[in-house]
Design a protein around this ligand. Structure first.
Ligand code: ANZ
Ligand code: ZN
Length: 838
């Protein structure tokens, strides 16, 4: 064996070995228990970053560990290859997005290989290839026939200078990223997937995911957002305005109604009211990003229209307000400023009446001064900011009583909701209803670099799905951009076609799918990536569900929800079994540098490749796994990397010294001396600990620390006798085995150096030896009042308390002391315990 550790050489040898032996090829084998380990596949942006390295190292460690546990492991890798950056790069540098993407994939694949990840590359899957997306198109046409997709007008960001639709990321401070023009909102027809049909299931099945992080489950639950409420009708001249409320108990406190700027009643009011028209126009400006909408200042205008209160008949004004979302509930609210914070802020700003209708059971406080004492039974109050916030603090309907509400006075919230809902139902002006926050999934993108939506628009037949035999609809890859507009929309060769149904001239859909569609089912396609006759086949029944999924918490909602949705869609199409795609989920923490996330824009990137060049892949992997538990943030540290490297050199050195000392044969079987026993016990305790850390707790950092500690003991162990060397051999082998999932290359070399013909990657995980774990014990006699009553075993070196406890709990001894008071207890170490009782 070489005296010095040369990572480049060691790593090349190990990787060559794995490649030559097809080590990570995963084949279905029903005689073995399978383990499908999946890390979220990357977008091929150009180069791997540290976040990728962390994600993929965690996945690789788990995969290699499970393999050593005898599982048939599949660990695939692919490319989430469609998306906007390719297009932006194309526009900037004049390279076709396809070429840019394929070149990036080649670079990143080489980087992944240098890191030694055990992927089954035969399953590699770039989503921008027709072999992949044709099945997505095929599946979409199945959903179309089932009525699970539909077309509807929806709002997009429109750049009036570039004459194109922009993605939310392309709108910066309300302006187009290239033109700098103020972005407008406009409505165009788009395709939607009916995820809301699955809302209830998606919510309910979260309960079947005990091995997902609680935080992710909570985020999904909120996103789905189930609300039980009442739909209430407010009659007006010419119709009924519907609102959705979760707080029908506050109906008597409604002082106005508000509609979204896109609501039909707003349009109607705008017809003869310039102020309303101008306000609606104003709301069309600016981006659509939800974060922006949530924090914007509340604004609105009154209309000349009114509605009638459904129970009292009182006239209430209709306002148009920007805080009412068209996409939620009915796009309109009954405003109860006394008990809803948003309504309050608005009413306060525009001087609208505030009427309290709930009172706290215990405190019975009136939060505001009376404003119009003459207002009859109903009382109006003025705002007192000091007490006001209390009312919003608890969204709970407990502990409150209804007041100022006529016949409902004195009811609890829950009772009032029932009573009011019943009265409304009798008038046909309301009914109880469940509302989900979850919206149907708009999958149309007006971009080029995506999967073409397989629809043909015919003037006579409408939207017709592309027939199976005409699939795939291939995205032309050799394109040039004129400005920002999608080349599909300007290319008649692409969009001119015939209607599959009547044969007349027709046009293809030129929109492409949201790239979340590709990432929603890739995990299943990995099971049958080479099938060109079907989307999936029987192999999915062997591999699915994914046993361990690993990725960033930023995907807690969209990707992970869409993938769960697709799994249910595919299940209902008979393509997969089971209800959920990912049994266990690990969300890895961020990689920080200087306390903030490593990112290009912050200029604090550390390039993994440069590190591999300097220290080798094993050092990078070891540092990543040692610096923090996987779910926590990891702080980048140069000295941490150096420390990891030093440890590997120490390990190498220890093995080198041991095997170099080959004059003496290694013997075993004879009785071990004390130091040998101690080391052996330490070794097996370490195996127990590391197995639990890696296999169950996923605390790879403590597993590594335990191995470091063991190595320290080894370096202090100078026993060169045959037994001493045998113990040393066993310990070094165990360390190499236990570290091999984390630092597989050096482990590959050291295993050979320790005299093995086999490759460490094919070895079993070490097992703790019960015999070695048992500590030495000594036997003591126990006397009660001077008479021999029993024998006890205590660990060598047990303290006084432990010895006494053991003596007192000995069965025979207990018979003689039961019911009596112990007056004295004498322990003579290693010999006897004398108990004196009354
Ligand atoms: C009256 C009321 C009184 C409300 C009160 C709340 C508290 P969740 O729980 O999220 O379902 N709302 C309904 N549709 C809306 C829309 N399109 N845009 C903005 N807000 C809307 O929220 C339901 C509540 O959100 C509804 O109940 C409604 O305000 C508001 F003390 O009605 B509530
Ligand atoms: Zn037709």
């Amino acid at each position: 064996m070489e005296e010095h550790y040369e990572p480049a050489k060691v790593e090349r040898q190990a990787q060559d070995y794995w490649a030559a032996h097809d080590t990570f090829r995963a084949l279905e084998d029903t005689t073995k228990e399978k383990f499908y380990c999946l890390s979220m596949f990357p977008y091929p942006s150009g180069r791997l970053h540290m976040g990728h390295v962390r994600n993929y190292t965690i996945g690789d460690v788990i995969s290699r560990y499970q393999r050593m546990r005898g599982k048939n492991v599949m660990q695939p890798m692919g490319w989430d290859a469609f998306g906007l950056p390719a297009e932006n790069a194309a526009i900037k540098n004049n390279v076709p997005p396809a070429r840019w993407t394929y070149e990036n994939i080649d670079t990143m694949r080489t980087q992944l290989m240098r890191l030694g990840f055990g992927y089954d590359w035969a399953r590699e899957l770039p989503t921008c290839r027709p072999e992949y997306y044709r099945w997505e198109q095929w599946f979409f046409t199945r959903l179309f026939r089932k009525g699970l997709v539909y077309k509807k007008k929806a709002i997009v960001n429109w750049d009036p200078v570039d004459q194109t639709v922009l993605a939310n990321e392309q709108v910066i401070d309300g302006r187009g990223w290239r033109s700098g023009a103020a972005v407008e909102r406009c409505e165009i027809p788009q395709w939607f997937l009916k995820i809301t049909d699955y809302a209830e299931q998606l919510l309910r099945d979260l309960e079947r995911l005990p091995d997902w992080p609680a935080q992710v489950l909570a985020m999904q639950r909120n996103w789905i957002g189930k609300s039980e409420g009442v739909e209430i009708g407010f009659p007006y001249n010419g119709g009924v305005l519907k609102v959705f409320t979760t707080r029908a108990d506050t109906l008597m406190g409604a002082t106005y109604v508000a509609v979204a700027p896109e609501h039909p009643l707003a349009a109607r009011a705008a017809q003869d009211d310039e102020r309303v028209a101008a306000f609606i126009e104003d709301c069309r400006q600016g981006g659509l990003a939800e974060a922006e909408l949530a924090v914007q200042e509340k604004k609105g205008v009154p209309t000349k229209l009114t509605v009638q209160h459904p129970l009292t008949g009182e006239r209430l004004p209709i306002w148009v307000a920007n805080y009412v979302l068209m996409a939620y509930g009915e796009g309109a609210v009954m405003a109860v400023p006394a008990h809803d914070e948003r309504d309050f802020e608005f009413a306060h700003q525009y001087g609208l009446p505030i009427k309290q209708v709930l009172e706290h059971v215990l405190r019975r406080v009136k939060p505001w001064k009376e404003r119009s004492p003459g207002a009859g039974e109903d009382q109006y109050y003025e705002f007192d900011p000091a007490t006001w916030k209390d009312w919003y603090a608890s969204k709970s309907v407990d502990d409150v009583l209804v007041v100022n509400s006529g016949k409902y006075n004195g009811l609890s919230s829950a009772e009032a909701i029932d009573a009011i809902a019943a009265d409304l139902a009798a008038k046909r002006l309301g009914e109880k209803r469940t509302q989900f926050r979850l919206r149907d999934w708009g999958v149309s993108r007006q971009r080029y670099w995506g999967c073409p939506i397989p629809i043909i628009n015919c003037r006579t037949c409408g939207a017709v799905p592309v027939p199976d035999e005409q699939l795939p609809v291939v995205l032309p890859e050799d394109v040039t951009f004129k400005g920002v507009k999608s080349p599909l929309k300007t290319n008649p060769d692409f969009y001119r076609t015939e209607c599959p149904s009547c044969g007349g001239p027709a046009e293809r859909e030129t929109d492409t799918f949201d790239t979340f569609v590709e990432s929603s089912w890739y995990y299943a396609r990995f099971c049958s990536p080479d099938n060109n006759r079907a989307m999936l086949d029987a192999r999915v029944d062997y591999w699915l569900p994914v046993d361990q999924y690993i990725g960033g918490v930023e995907h807690a909602v969209l990707h992970l929800l869409y993938a769960r949705f697709f799994h249910k869609l595919m299940r209902d199409e008979g393509l997969v079994k089971g209800d959920e795609p990912f049994t266990r989920l690990l969300t890895q923490g961020m990689v920080l540098n200087g306390g903030i996330k490593m990112s290009k824009s912050k200029g604090n990137i550390v390039d993994p490749e440069a590190l591999i060049e300097r220290f080798g892949a094993d050092t990078v992997r070891l540092f990543m796994m040692f610096a923090a538990p996987p779910e926590q943030a990891l702080e980048w540290s140069e000295s941490g990397v150096e420390g990891a490297h030093r440890f590997l050199r120490r390990l190498w050195r220890q093995v080198y010294i041991h095997v170099d000392d080959n004059n003496q044969s290694i013997a075993g079987g004879q009785r071990l001396g004390e130091d040998q026993k101690r080391l052996s016990r330490k070794l097996h305790e370490t195996i127990v600990k590391v197995s639990d850390d890696i296999g169950r707790r996923y605390t790879f950092n403590t597993a590594i620390a335990a191995n470091m500690e063991l190595l320290n003991e080894l370096s202090r162990f100078g026993d060169r006798s045959p037994q001493g060397r045998a113990v040393m051999q066993e310990a070094l082998e165990a360390i190499v085995l236990m570290l091999s999932p984390i630092v597989p290359h050096i482990a590959h070399r050291l295993w050979r150096a320790l005299g093995h013909e086999t490759a460490v990657v094919n070895c079993a995980w070490p097992r703790p030896d019960e015999g070695a774990l048992a500590r030495e014990t000594t036997e003591l006699v126990v006397q009660v009042n001077g008479k021999l009553r029993g024998h006890i075993q205590v660990p060598a070196g047990a303290d006084r308390v432990q010895t006494e406890q053991t003596a007192l709990s000995n069965d025979n001894v207990r018979r003689y002391i039961e019911g009596r008071r112990v007056r004295k207890l004498v322990v003579v170490p290693n010999r006897l315990v004398n108990i004196v009782v009354e």
